[in-house]
Design a protein around this ligand. Sequence first.
Ligand code: 5GP
Ligand code: ZN
Length: 118
Amino acid sequence: MSECIFCMIVNGEIPAKVVLDEDDVMAFDDVAPQAPVHTLIIPKHHYAHMADDVPPDTMLSLFSAVPKVAAIKGVAESGYRVIINNGHDAAQTVAHLHVHVLGGRPMAHGMVRFGSEE
Ligand code: 5GP
Ligand code: ZN
């Protein structure tokens, strides 16, 4: 049994609010949303990071899923932010590659807030 929480979601071992389910990727709502819409898109296969030999077809599926998720969640017209936290300095907390889709209210300009211990 996998120790990875996102692999457990893929395997149906823990529940998630599934938004999209395709051959090689799936999307589900974030358990602790940071915006009115906060959905995660993941490859079904486990890759911890972007450099972990993710097949180009899987990358294509991940990014092709973004506008689909936005449409399903009703933010295609209003806009949304797409974020990948990759590795330690990006504060990636779940070591299974995932794309955040955030929207549902206007955001401030800019993307980066640094931690306090820099
Ligand atoms: P990261 O910080 O790695 O970019 O993002 C990980 C995200 O996964 C966080 O936004 C966190 O709320 C979300 N998350 C962590 N555990 C779970 C879970 O069990 N279910 C769901 N749906 N989201 C989770
Ligand atoms: Zn995993």
